[in-house]
Ligand binder design. Structure first.
Ligand SMILES: O=C(O)c1ccc[n+]([C@@H]2O[C@H](COP(=O)([O-])O)[C@@H](O)[C@H]2O)c1
Ligand SMILES: Cc1cc2nc[nH]c2cc1C
Length: 354
């Protein structure tokens, strides 16, 4: 779609702030480079936020939930009704992300962008074009109106919850969503399904094989049309994607256009990142990658995004949990950058001349 909002320019990183942040790191009381990734993280955040004092204090969690028609093919270890039940558990404060958000002081914004729920789940904002996608192994998951609506639902979430945010943390919930995420990775990063498709919520090897066949069937059905489309990322999203994945892709594009960094969670959020970068390559500069999940294909997907995640903890939960766990590292990187003494301030001698 030429001229669509998602192809509009992304904000530009501040080279000036990056240079000043690098210069400051070189003056702090440590051997240059000794704080490793924490140094580059602080510099990246300074460039994204165009601030001399980068910060990760105000961090809303945007959690998008949706359901998937392909679950009828037996691709998940859990039934579809768990999506809505977990949405209620997020709202009640009992889910992992609810605990992490409380501990870290993060507002948790719940968006139903396409669950099977007939009415609103108390505590979650409803912004959905339909209740669940269609079965992507038999037909297109969405039509053009639905995909446009849900991309905008992501943008609306950023505009409503992302005001004054230092960065955004995106998470998802959707029984069956590792199937569209895997299909998107295959279609957009030219990765073979073999070795990429994994256990999701806990399939055994025989059921992983069945899931792989479902994905291969979908790719055989939709692959030609995706490759021939003017914007393959948009066509892949519509045909083999998911509503929460589309909303997250829309949120990433909107955040990048507004100059707000996004902390990416696990396998499904990374698939959304692949879509977002396909829709608008400028998005890539605004993404930070929190962790590599235990889902089989995640490492390859991260490689395709040229991303080096901060953590590897064998998580495979989703919900934004990995991103929440990585946030303290970002906060500490900012504190070190902002509050350490320089060599001059502390009267410490610098490196000896050769
Ligand atoms: O984020 C991940 O890396 C991740 C890996 C495996 C499973 N999940 C979560 O589990 C659900 C999808 O798994 P499945 O088996 O139903 O496709 C969905 O709610 C995701 O949040 C999440
Ligand atoms: C219980 C449960 C919690 C989840 N959180 C994210 N995906 C999930 C899948 C299940 C099954």
């Amino acid at each position: 779609m030429a001229g669509a909002w998602w192809s509009g320019d992304c904000a530009v990183l501040s080279r000036e702030h990056a240079e000043r942040a690098e210069a400051r790191q070189a003056c702090l009381t440590k051997p240059p480079g000794a704080l490793g990734r924490l140094e580059t993280l602080a510099v990246e955040l300074a460039a994204m936020q165009a601030r001399d004092r980068p910060r990760a204090a105000r961090v809303p969690v945007l959690l998008f939930a949706a359901d998937h028609g392909v679950v009828a093919q037996g691709v998940s270890a859990f039934p579809a009704e768990v999506t809505v039940q977990m949405l209620a558990n997020f709202a009640a404060g009992g889910a992992a992300i609810a605990v992490l958000a409380r501990e870290l002081g993060l507002p948790l914004h719940l968006r139903d962008v396409g669950t099977l729920a007939e009415g609103p789940v108390p505590g979650a904002t409803v912004d959905k074009p339909c209740r669940g996608t269609r079965d992507l192994s038999a037909e297109a998951a969405m039509d053009a109106v639905e995909v446009a609506h849900v991309l905008e639902a992501g943008r609306r979430a950023v505009d409503e919850a992302g005001q004054d945010a230092d960065l955004l943390l995106l998470g998802e919930m959707g029984i069956g969503n590792t199937t569209p995420a895997s299909a998107l990775a295959c279609a957009l990063a030219a990765l073979p399904a073999d070795g990429l498709v994994g256990a999701g919520t806990g399939l055994d090897d025989a059921r992983i094989e069945g899931k792989q066949r479902v994905i291969e069937r979908a790719l055989a059905l939709h692959g030609g049309a995706i490759a021939a489309a003017p914007t393959p990322a948009l066509e892949a999203l519509r045909r083999v994607g998911g509503l929460e994945i589309a909303a997250m892709a829309g949120a990433m594009v909107a955040a990048a256009q507004r100059g707000v960094p996004v902390l990416v969670d696990g396998f499904i959020v990374s698939a959304a990142a692949l879509v977002a970068v396909g829709l608008n390559p400028g998005v890539r500069d605004w993404l930070l990658f929190s962790h590599c999940s235990a889902e089989r294909g995640h490492a390859r997907l991260l490689e395709a995004l040229d991303a080096t995640p901060l953590l590897r903890l064998d998580l495979r939960l989703g919900e934004g949990s990995g991103a929440a766990l990585a946030l303290p590292l970002l906060r500490l990187a900012c504190a070190l950058h902002n509050d350490m003494a320089t060599f001059e301030e502390a009267a410490v001698a610098g490196a000896s001349p050769a």
